[in-house]
Design a protein around this ligand. Structure first.
Ligand code: FE2
Length: 445
């Protein structure tokens, strides 16, 4: 009983703090004059503030940076939240507008940014450094010379429980100068719920990424970025040269696999995957050229000490791919707080499996465990499905992001590291996927 009453008191205090924080922030924003938005905004969307502003995360309170990370919430699997429309498919021109999409078509390639696990709790400097580098990577570029069309977030946007009240600190403020759309799949921290809060799983994610129309959410507290209009927590994004199928792998933490379909979630998401793969295979047969990317927060493979691979989930994905006779050209994940690039050899196909969970969460694997001996790269193993897998690159102490450039014939990828104190960027991995009808190949200089 004593425990319960302490928890109730804590919740009331947290509510009060959040309220006064909001008032203070609204004042701060009004002073900064952030209102309005820029970027290649169309169709009611705004992306970045008109006026760029310096980082101010050192003014965050202790409560804001801790973000309930000391609260223990159950990482159990939750039932799925169904999409707003069926099938949950959207096109980039709904957000960027026809003119921008036409410019990307004319450029004959699309560039995208991607990374996960950005929520900068405890030490926000890492998240703000990566966010500033992402924003800087757009400056002075057009679609004709490699400007990223969007940032695809690989989940764990807001720690510790995806609460709406932390969207300001961990989403709207860090990306206030990023002049492009941000799409996302939820991670386990976006889906988990705090026992001391009356929020349903994924409330924060839904209200900020799955709006029916773009809105100025009060969570943004005056920053220009409008909500995203994804049709659901799992969805397909069709863009020139690329189709991204995004899946939600639920709330498992470090000691359990990601789950896309089981007896709690039901078959809806797996059926969506099968249907989307079948459609992609048909489109390819009809002569449409596009790279097929699969994004899912929990990685199929990882050597991380603190996060485990998800072979059961991979088996389900494999079965869906086999049935549809199409494999993704690349699989993107986060969750493990490091960067890993694997090549999986599926029949004649070489498929990169990327783990990019280094978007800003403070506790990178190599910082958490400084004595960790890195795994050997270049060594080939066999996975549980009998396919060969090789770990090509591994970095566990570098914050950064991936830049992918996709044309009708290839995907080039680069892992860009960001030095937090100096904000200097540097290249740590470059690779090319040659898209071929009779089997992709992966090369690296
Ligand atoms: Fe995660």
């Amino acid at each position: 009983m004593a425990k319960k009453s302490a928890r109730v008191k804590k919740a009331a205090k947290a509510k009060k703090t959040a309220k006064s924080k909001k008032v203070a922030k609204a004042k701060k924003t009004a002073k900064g004059g952030a209102g309005g938005g820029v970027g290649t905004a169309a169709n009611g969307f705004a992306f970045a503030n008109i006026k760029k502003s310096p980082d101010n995360f050192t003014s965050f309170s202790k409560d804001e940076t801790l973000a309930d990370s000391r609260v223990h919430g159950p990482p159990n699997i939750r039932p799925l939240r169904g999409p707003r429309k069926n099938p949950p498919v959207m096109a980039l021109d709904e957000v960027l507008g026809n003119t921008a999409v036409q410019q990307i078509q004319t450029a004959r390639s699309i560039t995208i940014h991607t990374v996960g696990d950005s929520g900068g709790i405890k030490e926000p400097a890492g998240q703000f450094a990566v966010a500033d580098a992402l924003a800087a990577d757009l400056v002075g570029k057009t679609y004709a010379n490699g400007r990223a069309a969007f940032f695809y977030h690989l989940g764990d946007v807001v720690y510790y429980f995806g609460q709406e009240r932390y969207y300001y600190d961990q989403f709207y403020d860090p990306y206030r100068d990023y002049e492009g759309p941000i799409f996302a799949i939820p991670g386990n921290h976006d889906g988990m719920t705090s026992p001391s809060l009356d929020e349903k799983s994924l409330d924060g994610f839904w209200n900020n990424f799955c709006s029916d129309v773009p809105r100025n959410n009060p969570d943004a507290q005056g920053f220009a970025r409008t909500t995203m209009t994804q049709p659901g927590i799992y969805f397909t994004l069709n863009a020139p040269f690329v189709k991204v199928i995004g899946l939600y792998s639920n709330c498992s933490e470090s000691d359990a696999e990601g789950v896309i379909s089981d007896n709690i979630t039901g078959p809806a998401q797996l059926n969506f995957l099968k249907q989307q793969l079948t459609e992609a295979a048909k489109d390819r047969d009809d002569g449409k050229q596009f790279a097929l990317l699969l994004a899912v927060h929990h990685p199929a493979y990882t050597t991380s000490e603190d996060h485990m691979p998800s072979p059961t989930m991979l088996k389900q994905i494999d079965a869906a791919c086999k049935a549809a006779k199409i494999y993704p050209d690349m699989v993107l994940s986060g969750h493990a707080h490091l960067y890993e690039r694997y090549t999986r050899f599926v029949d004649a196909n070489q498929i990169p499996f990327l783990v990019a969970g280094c978007g800003g969460f403070y506790n990178l694997a190599g910082i958490k465990n400084p004595n960790l001996v890195p795994p050997t790269t270049g060594k080939t193993d066999t996975d549980e499905e009998g396919y060969k897998v090789r770990l090509e690159k591994y970095y566990n102490r570098i914050f950064g992001f991936l830049r992918l450039t996709i044309s009708a014939t290839q995907i080039t990828g680069e892992f860009i590291g960001v030095d937090v104190p100096t904000r200097k960027v540097s290249s740590h991995d470059k690779f090319t996927v040659n898209l071929r009808k009779n089997g992709n190949t992966v090369s690296s200089p």
